[in-house]
Structures are given as structure tokens and as C-alpha cells.
Design a protein. Structure first.
Length: 506
């Protein structure tokens, strides 16, 4: 594309020079045959317009700014003029200025080619000017903004259920330069993809919902930044699968998408052409939940990207299945068979479901990103001896061995002289005390608080968690299954090595 644009610019510029030369000769020789219409003026106007169209359309954003932009956070962007080399624009390098404009201002700009009287920016951007540089080796004329920062933003008044995360802005890049020794002056500008501005990290999920809906479903040539209010499920499904693949490395299966369809339509899904509204997508809470469909999906995607990418790529995580379906899959399996599914009740949670020797199905209290920051999923599965085979019949060490953290027989002391503790996952009544061998050191086992965020005290203490509760299907009643995600099972055991070493020194 770059070389085609340069070749076209060279061709148009050469034609323009030839037309001007013919006009010069005509004037010099006083050639004006009777009855012949003088077309040179029209040809010159048309070729100049062609050049103007080419120049303005090849001022592009090579690297887009982030579409979810947090105030007081640095961000980058790069703009480039594809025909800058051939037109010798680099001989007088032009400056580029960046401003942020609202949706209404973007509308005015596209209609009038300028912002008009009320052309003030909708926010303040630091380090928003730069000079284009020419790279001789690549013949590229561009400028990279490496240190921009949005300091403040002016928002429009909200109507009805609108929130600040529904409001879209755009970065306006503009420049001015001349070609042909100042013969022609070009004013060029371009707009970034829509941007949603946030001030806090907890606004990020809804902001990404706005961006995702806009990127996926906006029509070419639209009025900024209009989008349809309802979209067929097959298009939504394709978008969700692409998003999940980009984040985690593997797309969603048809079974995964069927599960998501039932969740998005609150159990009323009929066919792939059924329309899903923007409100169902990210405004209205799911049944008996205080979060939306998108918030649930986004949290699962984030958890998988940050902590579960490997097992997900290996198809070790089923994830998108209902509790009842998980129970039905496990009930006729051998003792110790387990599977992994995303929690319906906890945002960004994943639970382990397993079958016991009497064919009862149990589910652990969901793990979250905070838990995996302490100990990985694979290590937790390794800790639980009653988990034997990943559904249907894969030994857990084959499925997860490459993700286990290598065990060290001795724990080195830290720079301040402390010995690091070793965290081990346990379930009361299912696992015995962890057996970690440290020569000449008394062995103790302390259960961690049911609240994973609570600091474990350095003195000998224990916290008793709730016992695992069997799922429905064994005389418990079908309704009991719906409560499985709320079962509190204490899963974190702690071998407090600092305390052990203290006992040893005494």
C-alpha cells in the first residue's frame, strides 16, 4: 500500500507539472486556435484535486491510541504521511498536534471539514505536539507520540440510563505543510478510533463493552459514533469468540457459545438470528445477580488471560458449563474424577467439581485472580490428593504437570533473615496435614482463614472452614444444585515455616 501511494503521488505530481508546462508554452506561443475550448484550466484543477485527495487520505494513524483511556496515564500513538517522501514534505518537516474531541465535535468536523466556532478541545492532553521525521532507509515520514497524557476531560450531559462509560471521544490529529516550494498548502487531519475515558480501574469492564460493541457492529461511513441498539446473536457470538481468542490464545467452541447465548438471553435463547440488545449485553443484571452478562464474560476472560492461559490452550478447562451439567457429567465417573468450570455466582471465579467414592458431586468455593496470585491453579490441584483424573479420564499429573511449580527441599532465607512459608491447599475432612520435610524441624499444619485476603498470623492458630456439601442428585433435591456456588469450602492450608523455624530455634 505504501509503495502504491508513493507511485500514485509521483504520477499525479508529474502529470500536474506537465499540464502546467503545456499551459506555459501556450501562453508563450500565444496558441489559441479558434473554436477550440481551452481545457487546461479544468485539467489543472482536476489534477490538483486528485493530489489533494491523495495527500489528505494518506495522513493516517499507524499506531492507534488505547481505546480505553485512563486520565493521568501515559499513552502512545503514531501518525504517518504515506506520500511524504515523494512530495519532499520532509524538506520542511511539519508539526502534528493532537486534541481530544467529543462525538458532537466529530460530527461537525466530518460535515464541515473543520470544528467551527466552538472548536475547543474536550480535554487537555500533555505532550500533544510533535514534528514528523523522515527515515531515509524506509522512506517513511512519521511522528511517534510516546509520552502523551490526558489530564482532564469535559463530558456532555447524560440522558436517562447513560453513563460516562457510554460516552465516546476521538483523538484529532492535525497538521499543515506545503509542497512544490510553497505552491500548494495542505491542511490534513484524521480521527482515531472511538475512545472511552475512565478515571478509575473499576470502570474498565463497561468501557470495554462500549468499545467492543462499537468496533464490532458500527457500519462503514456512519455518522460518528452511531451503533445499532440490537444485533443478531451470531454476530455477537463471533465477536465474543474473537475477543476470547485474542486474549487467551484459543477461540470459543460452539458449546461455549451456546452456553453464553443462554446466559445472555436469560434462558430464553431460540436461534442464532435472535436479536440481543445493548441493554441485555451490558446494562441489565443477570437473573438473581448484581452484575451484567458482559461483566461476567469480561471477568472470565481476564482471569483466563492472566492465570489460566496454558490449561485453557490445552483444553484442560471446560469452563462454560452449568452446574447441573457438570454434575451429570461426573456422577457416573470413577471416584476422584474432576472438571473445571467458571462460577455463575462470582465474577472471575473458577471452581473445581469432583465426584467422591459414593458418587456424590462436590464443588469448591470458587478461586479468583487473588487466589492465583498466591498459588497457581495447577499447584492447588496437585495439593488435593482426592483429585485423581481430569474429566473424562486424564491423570491430573499428565494434564497439569508442566504447570507445577518445582518444589525445593529447603527454602532459602530472604534478605531480612526470614524463611518463606509454603502455602498448601487443603480441604478439611479430605486432605491430611501437608507433609513437607525440613530436617530437625517440628511439623505443624495451620488452616488459613476462609477469607483469602486475611493475613495469616505468625503464631500457631487455626481457622475452621465450612465442610463441603454434596450436590443434588443423591436424594438432596434438585433445587439444592443451584446453591453449589455458594458452598463455602475452606481450601487453603498453610504450613507456616517462619513459626516452625522459631520453634526450632527455641
Amino acid at each position: 500500500m505504501f509503495y502504491r501511494c508513493e507511485s500514485l503521488a509521483e504520477l499525479i505530481w508529474t502529470n500536474r507539472q506537465q499540464i502546467k508546462e503545456v499551459d506555459r508554452l501556450k501562453q508563450k506561443l500565444a496558441l489559441d486556435p479558434p473554436g477550440v475550448r481551452d481545457a487546461l484550466a479544468q485539467l489543472l484543477s482536476e489534477i490538483t484535486q486528485l493530489l489533494s485527495s491523495l495527500v489528505t487520505s494518506t495522513f493516517i494513524i499507524e499506531k492507534q491510541p488505547p481505546q480505553v483511556m485512563k486520565t493521568n496515564t501515559r499513552f502512545t500513538a503514531t501518525v504517518r504521511l504515506l506520500v511524504g517522501g515523494k512530495l519532499n514534505v520532509h524538506m520542511t518537516p511539519p508539526q502534528v498536534k493532537v486534541t481530544i474531541i467529543s462525538e458532537a465535535q466529530a460530527n461537525i468536523l466530518l460535515k464541515n471539514d473543520k470544528l467551527g466556532k466552538n472548536g475547543d478541545a474536550s480535554g487537555e492532553i500533555l505532550n500533544n505536539t510533535g514534528t514528523m521525521e523522515y527515515q531515509q532507509a524506509t522512506r517513511q515520514l512519521s511522528v511517534s507520540f510516546r509520552n502523551m497524557q490526558l489530564k482532564k476531560i469535559k463530558r456532555a450531559e447524560k440522558k436517562g440510563t447513560e453513563s460516562v462509560m457510554d460516552e465516546k471521544f476521538s483523538l484529532h490529529f492535525q497538521s499543515q505543510f506545503s509542497v512544490g516550494g510553497g505552491e500548494l498548502v495542505f491542511h490534513v487531519w484524521t480521527l482515531s478510533l472511538p475512545v472511552v475515558v475512565i478515571v478509575h480501574g473499576n470502570q474498565e469492564p463497561h468501557a470495554w463493552a462500549t468499545v467492543t460493541w462499537d468496533n464490532a457492529f458500527s457500519e462503514p461511513g456512519r455518522v460518528p459514533f452511531t451503533v445499532p441498539d440490537k444485533v443478531p446473536w451470531n454476530k455477537v457470538a463471533e465477536t465474543l469468540s474473537l475477543k476470547f481468542r485474542a486474549a487467551t490464545g484459543r477461540p470459543l467452541t460452539d458449546e461455549n457459545l451456546c452456553f453464553l447465548a443462554q446466559k445472555a438471553f436469560r434462558g430464553n435463547f431460540t436461534d442464532n438470528n435472535q436479536l440481543l440488545s445493548w441493554a441485555q449485553f451490558c446494562k441489565e443484571p443477570l437473573n438473581e445477580r448484581n452484575f451484567t452478562f458482559w461483566e461476567w464474560f469480561y471477568a472470565v476472560m481476564k482471569l483466563t488471560r492472566e492465570h489460566l492461559r496454558g490449561p485453557w490452550m490445552d483444553n484442560a478447562i471446560l469452563g462454560f458449563i452449568r452446574k447441573k451439567q457438570a454434575e451429570e457429567m461426573l456422577q457416573n465417573c470413577p471416584n476422584g474424577t474432576f472438571l473445571l468450570r467458571f462460577s455463575d455466582s462470582e465474577l472471575g471465579g473458577i471452581t473445581i467439581a469432583w465426584v467422591s467414592e459414593n458418587q456424590e458431586v462436590f464443588m469448591l468455593q470458587p478461586f479468583t485472580s487473588k487466589d492465583f496470585g498466591i498459588r497457581s491453579l495447577a499447584d492447588r490441584i496437585s495439593d488435593l490428593n482426592h483429585l485423581v483424573n481430569l474429566y473424562p479420564d486424564i491423570p491430573k499429573d499428565i494434564a497439569f504437570n508442566k504447570y507445577y511449580t518445582p518444589f525445593q527441599d529447603s527454602q532459602p532465607t530472604t534478605s531480612n533473615g526470614y524463611v518463606r512459608p509454603l502455602l498448601v491447599t487443603q480441604i478439611p475432612g479430605w486432605n491430611g496435614p501437608a507433609s513437607v520435610s525440613y530436617p530437625n524441624t517440628p511439623q505443624h499444619s495451620f488452616l488459613q482463614s476462609p477469607d483469602p485476603g486475611r493475613d495469616t498470623p505468625s503464631v500457631a492458630s487455626s481457622y475452621t472452614g465450612s465442610v463441603a456439601t454434596p450436590a443434588a442428585g443423591t436424594g438432596q433435591g434438585v433445587d439444592y444444585l443451584d446453591q453449589l456456588d455458594e458452598c463455602n469450602i475452606d481450601i487453603n492450608g498453610l504450613v507456616n515455616l517462619s513459626e516452625l523455624m522459631q520453634d526450632y530455634r527455641q
